[in-house]
Design a protein around this ligand. Structure first.
Ligand code: HEC
Ligand code: HEC
Ligand code: HEC
Ligand code: HEC
Ligand code: HEC
Ligand code: HEC
Ligand code: HEC
Ligand code: HEC
Length: 412
């Protein structure tokens, strides 16, 4: 009897509850009933359950991330935010494409810093010019980097054509792509989509995806430097996962790219603005001081001084600045030569249509840059054999061709 009575009560209560749920649910807006809430997704893991069969690597990567540990669900990243196109997907609604905007919903500080950096609009404009940006975006970026966005498309890129631009140049420069939702860039070049790891971002190879080759040999220089050699030998003992605000020299006693350029080592500010600690425009043919010269140099030196005596750091900078001055002087000679050949009508105004222009371009764009980058990042071989030796060789070639053009033995 007692058991029948309790079953009867339970059934009645359950029926009442179901009715209440139905009534409440009918009053919720349609969008909420069609779209399971993030809580629901987190609780059931529907995306993960199905994707474990469909694209298992995605789920494995996600499961190891800090996001999984902090209960961030698949849908919290994949839902469409303002300005994004949606697509129906297995009874969910997800965004067609994800951009920096999805990340910025939860990480606005990092996005704001990134937006000020040359990794944002300037990177895209270096190839495609200003045409893909709104007036506001141009004005914003120009405040921090004068002339870096309000510029014409790159003449070399135009000569090479669309497919070379899209798969080549923009394969690296799309770190600052203007997105349809009004945001700029992508965060996953350094963090990856699903592991979203800071340990990955601290690996030099991550930066080396783009910072490589003869025109910006940063990864090659790093591997030759004492820092790179020591890092490779000792990285097993380091703690690359240390939270940025607590990163100390005990976690990483040898610097990688980010230690010098971005990290918050021993109480320094973490930054996503790669310009903050720089003092020269080293990528330019003739490298001038940035308007933020003093602030940039002080900030970098402060980073060095977490591990080095300031006398050593000052001596290092003095030598590197001598290389900048000396390289400027050498490139200036080439600039003057090319300019006078143009004025004499011996070369055309069209860029990249004559061999001598390529020699001149290699001279500053490969060897001049390499010498300067080598000097600041500890790569003696790059200052010398990949730098100054080549500068001398190319200058000799330039002078020979110039003499032939002037003597009329080479046709313009
Ligand atoms: C019932 C199974 C199932 C569920 C549930 C599911 N997916 Fe998928 N998803 C798939 C399949 C199948 C594909 C296509 C895979 C392929 O093309 O090989 C896919 C593709 C995707 C893609 C790539 C779409 C594109 O066009 O590039 C994304 C992003 C995605 N799913 C995210 C999610 C998210 C987020 C959730 C949860 C909100 C989810 N999925 C739930 C099965 C599922
Ligand atoms: C930290 C944000 C984030 C989280 C969390 C996240 N994703 Fe993604 N996912 C991305 C980004 C960014 C992309 C790239 C999308 C693009 O390029 O438009 C992506 C792409 C994908 C793709 C397409 C992959 C390919 O190579 O074709 C699938 C499938 C996918 N996600 C499923 C999931 C599933 C399932 C989960 C949960 C287990 C999940 N995602 C969690 C950010 C996230
Ligand atoms: C729904 C909110 C949310 C979204 C969207 C989101 N994150 Fe996060 N993210 C978090 C939380 C919470 C943490 C862990 C706590 C913390 O470190 O702030 C975190 C941590 C991180 C970390 C530090 C990881 C580590 O190893 O310590 C990185 C890097 C990161 N997110 C990048 C991204 C990127 C890139 C995207 C977009 C593809 C993104 N996040 C989207 C909430 C989010
Ligand atoms: C392998 C990746 C990669 C490719 C491919 C690439 N770049 Fe770059 N580019 C970079 C990096 C990294 C820098 C930053 C160099 C520095 O600051 O030392 C850079 C710098 C530049 C700069 C100087 C910075 C500025 O804002 O003026 C220009 C111009 C430029 N690239 C144009 C191009 C063009 C045009 C192409 C294709 C013809 C191209 N790049 C292909 C990675 C790449
Ligand atoms: C997807 C390609 C890509 C990756 C990955 C990348 N960069 Fe860059 N980086 C660029 C490009 C392109 C530029 C040149 C932008 C310009 O000046 O036009 C650049 C410029 C820079 C600059 C010069 C900024 C300035 O003000 O002149 C620094 C410093 C830098 N990157 C550091 C890093 C570090 C450190 C990493 C790794 C954590 C990294 N980058 C990862 C593409 C990349
Ligand atoms: C020991 C510290 C240190 C390490 C490690 C380091 N850098 Fe640098 N980097 C510097 C200094 C110093 C400069 C010159 C700063 C200035 O302009 O005053 C510089 C300049 C640069 C520039 C030149 C920007 C321009 O004006 O053209 C880029 C790009 C860059 N570094 C990227 C990288 C990358 C990528 C790595 C890793 C492969 C790396 N750095 C490793 C200290 C470092
Ligand atoms: C050039 C590479 C690069 C890009 C691009 C990049 N990050 Fe980072 N991010 C890093 C590095 C490196 C760290 C760790 C800094 C350190 O060592 O202290 C980091 C740390 C973080 C953290 C943890 C910060 C903290 O203080 O705990 C978050 C969150 C994050 N990034 C989000 C983003 C978002 C969002 C974007 C896009 C707007 C983005 N990142 C783009 C390199 C990058
Ligand atoms: C996280 C710590 C750390 C930071 C930051 C750091 N270094 Fe180093 N550096 C080292 C270590 C460790 C060595 C190897 C010293 C040894 O031989 O024991 C080294 C070696 C060097 C050497 C080679 C010394 C030699 O005699 O071979 C130079 C030069 C140097 N660093 C300059 C710099 C400059 C300049 C900066 C800043 C732009 C910098 N370092 C930032 C840790 C650091």
């Amino acid at each position: 009897m007692r058991s029948f009575k309790s079953i009867f009560i339970s059934v009645t209560l359950a029926a009442a509850l179901i009715t209440i749920v139905f009534i409440l649910n009918a009053q919720r807006p349609a969008i909420e009933t069609n779209q399971p809430s993030p809580d629901f997704v987190r609780a059931t893991g529907k995306c993960a359950e199905c994707h474990r069969r469909e694209t298992s690597a995605v789920v494995h990567q996600f499961e190891r991330s800090e996001h999984a540990k902090h209960g961030v669900s698949c849908l919290e990243c994949h839902k469409a935010v303002e300005g994004q196109e949606t697509q129906a997907h297995k009874s969910f609604t997800i965004a067609k494409d994800l951009t920096a905007k999805n990340c910025s919903e939860c990480h606005s500080t990092e996005y704001a810093q990134f937006l000020r950096s040359r990794h944002a609009a300037p990177a895209w404009a270096a190839v495609s010019g200003a045409r893909d940006f709104t007036t506001e975006q141009i004005a914003f970026a120009e405040k921090y980097h004068k002339g870096a966005v309000n510029r014409p498309p790159n003449p070399l890129a135009i000569r090479e054509g669309e497919s070379a631009i899209n798969v080549g140049c923009l394969g690296c420069h799309d770190i600052g792509k203007p997105n349809d939702d009004g945001s700029i860039g992508t965060c996953t070049d350094c963090h990856a989509r699903h592991s979203t790891s800071i340990a990955l971002a601290r690996e030099p190879e991550t930066c080396g995806q783009c910072h490589m080759g003869p025109d910006h040999s940063q990864i090659e220089i790093y591997h030759e430097s004492k820092h790179g050699v020591l890092y490779n030998a000792q990285k097993g003992d380091m703690n690359l996962k240390a939270p940025p605000k607590m990163l100390s020299t005990a976690d990483m006693s040898v610097p990688t790219c980010v230690t010098c350029h971005l990290s918050g080592l021993d109480g320094l500010n973490v930054t996503h603005d790669t310009t903050e600690r720089l003092s020269y425009w080293l990528f330019a043919a003739i490298s001038e001081k940035r308007p933020t010269y003093q602030r940039g140099q002080d900030a970098m030196k402060e980073t060095c001084s977490k591990c080095h005596a300031s006398s050593q750091v000052e001596a290092f900078y003095q030598e590197a600045e001598e290389v900048v001055a000396d390289t400027n002087h050498k490139i200036d000679e080439a600039v003057t030569l090319i300019k006078s050949l143009r004025e004499e009508g011996l070369i055309t105004d069209t860029p990249f249509d004559e061999p001598i222009e390529f020699i001149y371009f290699d001279l500053w764009h490969y060897y001049g840059r390499t010498a300067k980058h080598g000097a600041f990042m500890g790569g003696a071989d790059f200052v010398q054999w990949h730098g100054n030796y080549e500068l001398l060789l190319k200058m000799t070639e330039l002078k020979k061709i110039a003499a032939e053009l002037r003597a009329g033995t080479t046709k313009p």
